[in-house]
Design a protein around this ligand. Structure first.
Ligand code: TGC
Ligand code: FAD
Length: 390
């Protein structure tokens, strides 16, 4: 089939199982068929293509590693990574929808929820019949979520939630929100807030130059009455949302490789075809330097991420190891997008090619799920034993 060219310079395919390759190739074919032809138009119009939700569920884009008994795909962490890679080859905003639903909504319900909550929500989230969002960031607390002020009070047979979250992917259309808020003792808990609850609104954030095909919004809670059964009972404290971030950041490390691959693939093809001074620009040393460095960086990122996937499968991947991969790979992708765009000259700034869209998208990816700086500080704290945040 006419698939994307997948750079595999170090024959990484030899390390994958048949199942990994099957999962990846079906995600790849779906992205090529359903996402690539329409995504530029949706990004230009700043609209999320809701019609792809069902297909995202079918390729394992929602809860790939959640057990099948709860509607997930029951796949391993490398399959999860490969799905994220292929989706982000299409668009980082589509991968965001997948990351949020899988790692920030399904994961906490699976890990921190009770059996009733798992049965009530997970199967519908796995098909996309129900969509979710994750509210951690607040207007005054982004990198420092522990300072959050969103809070809930115990009113006997229910809780009352007040506060606001900002920059929330999928908020404008989500059916449920997993919201992190402090109780009267200042302890952080996760609550499932459902659309339609009185006092709960989700205004959309406009004027983004980045991640335009993803819908972003606020979550506003004005004395929202939350049934007690909507509290996630099995974990509390900042470690609960940070545990979800470990899973999402791992997926982003793979996803960024997909965006980089698409930029490299596009630039390589263009450079071979574009003639200037009577020869293909690919035959010039300057353009070869760019392309050679791109494939080198992609290959290094692939190896880093594959090894991280093995550690994750064995339950041994640490938060700091995940931070290193998220930080390295997103930085790698943003640099490749910038160089690739230059190879296309003026054509690179148009929507005829995907590169400028990837480049702008990656400005969000390098900021969300922990900024580039925060991940460096996580590595710094890990190797020195000294926290430099505070
Ligand atoms: P710190 O004192 O380090 O930790 C607080 C408590 O949490 C524990 N912990 C973890 N537990 C589980 N998993 C982890 N990864 C954990 N990391 C830390 C820790 O042991 C401690 O437990 P305890 O029992 O001692 O209290 O916390 P800190 O306040 O110093 O903050 C650390 C810092 C800055 C690294 C952290 O807050 C951070 O990562 N900040 C960045 C915020 C962030 O990433 N936000 C993302 C929002 S979601 C999003 O962006 C979605 S984008 C859409 C998409 O994904 O596509
Ligand atoms: P700030 O924390 O104010 O940081 C500003 C700058 O200061 C950064 O460069 C940062 O690195 C630096 N900085 C901060 N602290 C330190 C320090 N101690 N030392 C040195 N430098 C420091 N959040 C959610 O909860 N759910 C979502 O679904 C979600 N989706 C998002 C979608 C998009 C498109 C975007 C842009 C963001 C999304 N976020 C989401 C929020 C995202 O996680 C935050 O933007 C991010 O964590 C950074 O927070 P901030 O924007 O408040 O920046």
């Amino acid at each position: 089939p006419d698939l994307f060219q997948a750079p595999d310079y170090y024959l990484l395919d030899d390390l994958l199982t048949d199942e990994h390759k099957l999962v990846r190739d079906s995600a790849r074919a779906w992205v090529k068929r359903e996402v690539s032809p329409i995504i530029e138009d949706y990004a230009q119009r700043a609209e999320f293509p809701k019609q792809i939700i069902k297909g995202l569920g079918e390729i394992g884009g929602f809860g790939p590693y959640i057990p099948e008994e709860y509607g997930g795909a029951g796949l391993d962490q490398i399959s999860y990574g490969l799905i994220m890679q292929e989706i982000e080859r299409g668009d980082s905003g589509v991968r965001s929808t997948s990351s949020v639903q899988s790692s920030l909504v399904m994961y906490p319900i699976w890990k921190y929820g009770n059996e009733e909550q798992r049965i009530k929500y997970l199967p519908k989230l796995a098909t996309g019949e129900m969509m979710g969002c994750f509210g951690l960031t607040e207007p005054d607390h982004g990198s420092n979520p522990g300072g959050m002020t969103t809070n809930f009070k115990d009113k006997g047979d229910h809780y009352v939630l007040n506060g606001a979250k900002m920059w929330i992917s999928n908020a404008p259309f989500a059916d449920i929100a997993v919201v992190w808020a402090k109780n009267e003792e200042g302890r952080i808990h996760g609550l499932i807030v459902e659309r339609g609850m009185e006092g709960f609104t989700t205004p959309e954030t406009h004027n983004k130059w980045s991640l335009r095909a993803s819908s972003t919004g606020e979550l506003i809670f004005d004395n929202v009455k939350i049934p007690k059964e909507n509290l996630l009972p099995n974990k509390s404290g900042l470690g609960a949302p940070l545990g979800c971030l470990d899973s999402a950041r791992y997926g982003i490390a793979w996803g960024a490789i997909g965006a980089a691959m698409d930029c490299y693939d596009t630039a390589l093809r263009y450079a071979k075809e574009r003639i200037q001074f009577d020869k293909p620009i690919a035959a010039t040393q300057l353009q070869q330097k760019k392309l050679a460095e791109m494939i080198t960086e992609i290959t290094k990122a692939q190896l880093l991420t594959w090894r991280l996937g093995v550690l994750k499968n064995e339950g041994k991947a640490t938060t700091a190891q995940i931070s290193m991969a998220k930080r390295n790979n997103v930085d790698m992708a943003i640099n490749i997008a910038r160089e690739a765009r230059q190879i296309l000259g003026g054509m690179g700034i148009t929507g005829e090619y995907s590169i400028m869209r990837h480049s702008m998208n990656l400005e969000s990816v390098i900021t969300y799920e922990g900024t580039h700086d925060i991940h460096l500080l996580i590595t710094g704290a890990d190797i020195t034993g000294m926290q430099a945040f505070k």
